[in-house]
Design a binder for this molecule. Structure first.
Ligand SMILES: NCc1[nH]cc(CCC(=O)O)c1CC(=O)O
Length: 331
């Protein structure tokens, strides 16, 4: 970096004087094309069910998902990511609903790809919405089984690819799942299905409202510390990213987002591959709660928080704010 001249030759305020000048020298940009919109789906018809801890976010039945997705596409959002709220009787210890070709997610994928082929559909691969105990993997005697879970995740991913998913999002943090999924996609002829790995996923308190939304929160026995990363660890997160890229991930994600911008920057600098952050449910809830109390300007902090991801090196962000942001950016 060139050392700036000293005052008064250097007056940093010269380039901040007018809006035109500020825009001309702006270093980073945010556009609708950077956004992936996470959406919660449920069964039924005509249902838009509010989620108390995520103000403004609803669980949508598939007939309501379609117009919402259509609007997202019209606003320039390239992808939506589906998260199912599974009916209670379909949550079992063997998690068999996860790879049912006719499950809610797979039906949603087929509908979206038939009606809106240009909109990319991303999925979540983990057992928690189908598991009786809320964990991302099989639980036996209080242990989360790794390799048995990977086999199940592969079946789940294959069913999603078969239904037409464009991007698979393994969020489970089992070891070896990226390699196993990539090999399965190759041999099943799904060569162009992309994998966006939840590579640096931390054991975070910020997932609370999400677990309410998919109905896994009250069921969860214990915590996820034996598979998600300790929030104190940076080198471990980088090792996970390196491993997932080596196993065939096309893109990687850091999650949560705002408290982990240092990891975003480190991942982009070190690997120079497509890098995404997930601005998770708790981050959304915290900004919305303050905005609803009149303590923060909601739109302003929303845009600022998303620009921060771009500045930290991310290529894009998963955010519940996506439609709102895209609407503002269109004006
Ligand atoms: N595999 C589950 C999964 N996929 C995405 C999220 C969190 C997303 C959010 O909080 O918005 C979680 C929660 C968890 O790991 O408990």
């Amino acid at each position: 970096m060139q050392t700036p001249a000293t005052y008064p030759a250097a007056r940093m305020r010269r380039l901040r004087r007018t809006r035109a000048m500020r825009e001309m020298v702006q270093e980073n940009g945010l556009s609708a094309g950077d956004l992936i919109w996470p959406v919660f789906i449920r069964d039924g018809n005509g249902v838009e069910e509010p989620i108390a801890s995520l103000p403004g976010v609803n669980r949508l039945s598939l007939d309501r998902l379609l117009p919402a997705a259509e609007r997202a596409l019209a606003l320039g959002i390239p992808a939506i990511c589906l998260f199912p709220y599974t009916a209670p009787d379909l949550r079992t210890e063997d998690c068999a609903e996860a790879w049912n070709p006719e499950n809610l997610t797979n039906r949603a994928i087929r509908m979206l790809k038939a009606e809106l082929p240009e909109l990319m559909v991303m999925t979540d691969i983990a057992l928690d919405p189908y598991n009786a105990n809320g964990h991302d993997g099989f639980v036996v005697d209080g242990q989360i089984l790794n390799d048995e879970t990977v086999d199940a995740l592969v079946k789940m991913g294959l069913a999603q690819a078969e239904a037409g998913a464009d991007i698979l999002g393994p969020s489970d943090m089992m070891d070896g799942r990226i390699g196993a999924l990539r090999a399965a996609m190759e041999s099943a002829g799904h060569r162009d299905v992309a994998i966006l790995s939840y590579a640096a996923k931390f054991a975070s308190g910020f997932y609370g409202p999400f677990r309410d939304a998919v109905g896994a929160g009250t069921r969860l026995v214990g915590d996820k510390a034996t598979y998600q990363i300790n929030p104190a660890n940076r080198e471990e997160a980088l090792a996970c990213v390196a491993r997932d890229l080596a196993e065939g991930a096309d893109m990687v994600m850091i999650k949560p987002g705002m408290p982990y911008l240092d990891i975003c920057r480190a991942v982009k600098d070190r690997f120079q591959r497509p890098t995404f952050a997930y601005q998770v449910s708790g981050e959304y809830a915290m900004l919305m709660a303050a905005a609803q109390n009149g303590w923060l300007d909601g739109d302003k902090v929303m845009l600022e928080s998303l620009m921060a991801f771009k500045r930290a090196g991310c290529d894009g962000v998963l955010t519940y704010f996506a439609p709102r942001v895209a609407e503002i950016l269109r004006k």
